[in-house]
Design a protein around this ligand. Structure first.
Ligand SMILES: Nc1nc2c(ncn2[C@@H]2O[C@H](COP(=O)(O)OP(=O)(O)OP(=O)(O)O)[C@@H](O)[C@H]2O)c(=O)[nH]1
Ligand SMILES: [Mg+2]
Length: 428
């Protein structure tokens, strides 16, 4: 078992590792920019350890007044009119442990229909680490329904009987008992509390030193000490755990999604890369009149391709390693394809002899073969990188075999030839 703090720290670490991966090349990183922005935002919230306490309840029960009393400042508008608060609003409260706590005010639920209420409940609870469900008397049918919706979101809830100053001590006790009964199973035991956010002004009679009676109207101080204590307690105990659990779930989901995107993005970039190198080689082979130079250039291009692919997959190879990999793949291809390298070499030789006759024709054919060889090399190397720089259990022969059998060789050769000839024409 690990503590919520450890869990949170690990979650942040693993998210950071995703974003800061030094093996991720720039083009892959660019393609994943939207995902990375989302992760950065999440890391930010987690690192600052922010907790959200939201109020929820009917209009005019004193939600805004309650938050003001907790803040010790008149931050939110309070009013006798129904619907004083019209939009979600937040204010920074105190810190609990390392966490900054935000208080979130919401509009009352009276004036919205059932579906809207459900949406709002979902939205409020989805972001809140703790919900203060505020009432000013016995639970109405609407309130009962809203409380059930919120409880289904599995967030801790405190049921607050505000305006307690309007009731006598025995009325208050009876109300708390009724509320406790009606909310059983929806809120934790002991989560029903009385509070007076903004007690009504009272007539106060004071007797001064000379025995003189002085009458004045005074507004008593808010009575929210028990509620405040309870909020601290819940957040200290559950806030961290909840935040960590939610973050963990979210991080798991997002890293899965990112993993899939990463595979797709890398494969897309690799495919383009392989085709570009293959075409480059096809054109180079078609153009170069000296057969030996063809082979040297061809090999150099294949090595460059493999190194480039290694970079895309975050598994860079040295030139020597890439050269070895190219040879290994070439050996498989040769064994499987009636020595494509031999054919390549032969074609190169032929081209030297037939120079001046039908150059374009032979150049196109050779170029297409060279293209194909590089294409296979690239695909095989990609498979090697995808398996984490390994041929896996199948071994290089099977891997190359599977790539070859999965390709439509004739159509690739045909396309290659057309493209190469087009380039050759363009370069003349
Ligand atoms: N007696 C008494 N009145 C209170 C108390 N708290 C709030 N009120 C009064 O209740 C009325 C509504 O208060 P608000 O804080 O605006 O209520 P709200 O729930 O935010 O209302 P909406 O924003 O309209 O949904 C105001 O007139 C307050 O003075 C309390 O503890 N005791
Ligand atoms: Mg309000």
């Amino acid at each position: 078992m690990s503590t919520p703090e450890q869990h949170l720290a690990r979650t942040i670490d693993s998210l950071r590792a995703l974003v800061d991966d030094p093996a991720l090349p720039e083009d892959v990183r660019r393609a994943l920019a939207p995902e990375f922005t989302e992760i950065e935002a999440l890391i930010d919230k987690l690192e600052h350890g922010e907790l959200h306490v939201a109020v929820f309840g009917r209009v005019s029960v004193g939600k805004s007044a309650l938050l003001n009393a907790l803040l010790g400042a008149n931050h939110f508008s309070v009013g006798v009119l129904h619907g004083t608060t019209t939009a979600r609003e937040a204010a920074r409260w105190s810190r609990i442990g390392d966490s900054g706590v935000h208080l979130i005010d919401t509009p009352g639920i009276d004036e919205i229909d059932g579906a809207e209420r459900e949406r709002l409940a979902h939205q409020v609870a989805g972001r809140a680490d703790l919900v203060l469900f505020v009432v000013d008397g016995d639970l109405t049918a609407t309130e009962g329904e809203a409380l059930r919706l919120l409880a289904a979101e599995r967030r801790p809830i405190l049921l607050v009987l505000n305006k307690a100053d309007q009731y006598t001590a025995s009325e208050r006790a009876a109300l708390i008992e009724r509320l406790t009964g009606k909310s059983r199973g929806l809120v934790a035991p002991g989560a029903v509390l009385a509070a007076s956010a903004l007690p009504a002004p009272r007539r106060v009679i004071r007797i001064d030193a000379s025995g003189q009676e002085n009458e004045s109207i005074e507004r008593p101080a808010p009575d929210i000490a028990a509620l405040r204590e309870r909020i601290y307690e819940v957040l200290a105990r559950e806030g961290k755990t909840l935040a960590a659990l939610n973050a963990g779930l979210f991080a798991g989901r997002i890293s899965d999604q990112l993993g899939e995107r990463l595979i797709a993005v890398r494969a897309g970039i690799a495919e383009k890369l392989i085709r570009n190198y293959a075409l480059g080689k096809g054109v180079a082979v078609g153009l170069t009149p000296v057969p030996v130079a063809d082979l040297a250039a061809a090999a150099a291009l294949d090595v460059a391709l493999v190194m480039h692919l290694g970079h895309v997959y975050g598994l860079p190879l040295t030139r020597a390693e890439a050269g070895e990999l190219v040879l290994k793949i070439a050996a498989q291809v040769a064994a499987l394809m009636g020595a494509i390298w031999g054919v390549n070499f032969l074609a190169s030789t032929l081209k030297g002899i037939s120079a001046g006759l039908s150059t374009a024709l032979t150049a196109g054919a050779q170029g297409a073969l060279a293209y194909f060889a590089t294409y296979i090399t690239g695909r095989a190397a990609e498979a090697y990188f995808q398996a984490g720089k390994s041929w896996g259990e199948r071994g290089p022969k099977r891997v190359v075999e599977e790539i070859l059998s999965g390709l439509d060789r004739d159509s690739i050769l045909k396309d290659a030839r057309t493209e190469i000839l087009a380039r050759l024409k363009g370069s003349r």
